[in-house]
Design a binder for this molecule. Structure first.
Ligand code: FES
Length: 134
């Protein structure tokens, strides 16, 4: 579940209030890098259908989160015993493995460190980045 197949020069570049894609184009488990109003954003459709937006830059060395992996969050209940956290999803950076909660942008290892969340919404069969136009 990553966006390696979307070259950076092929990503949608949109201005405020413009749709980045149709709602059906971003399927559960997919991520879409976009240049929205001059800002790098990754739009994320989690496997449960949730829609999220984050700044598309890792806090560590700046790799694009859209080139990472989207997966279900996992907790360890004992040595070798892992359980999936229902409804919580994580992007793992393709670099050195920083992991971010997609709903909050917060790193899993330090709750004080987060990438910026970006407002995304689905309306009229399309996906938009940023606040609704006035
Ligand atoms: S650039 Fe993301 S973990 Fe290193």
């Amino acid at each position: 579940m990553h966006a390696d197949s979307v070259p950076l020069d092929a990503r949608p570049a949109v201005g405020a209030g413009q749709a980045v894609c149709s709602a059906g184009e971003l399927r559960p488990g997919q991520m879409l890098p976009v240049l929205a109003d001059g800002r790098d954003v990754v739009v994320i459709r989690t496997p449960d259908g949730g829609l999220h937006g984050l700044e598309d830059r890792c806090l560590h060395c700046g790799r694009r989160l859209s080139h990472g992996r989207l997966h279900v969050a996992v907790t360890a209940t004992d040595v070798g015993r892992y359980e999936e956290e229902q409804g919580r999803f994580v992007i793992k950076c393709s670099g050195d493995g920083y992991e971010y909660d997609v709903a909050t942008g917060t790193t899993l290892f330090d709750s004080a460190r987060s990438v910026t969340r970006v407002a995304v919404r689905e309306a009229d069969g399309a996906i938009f980045v940023g606040a609704p136009a006035a």
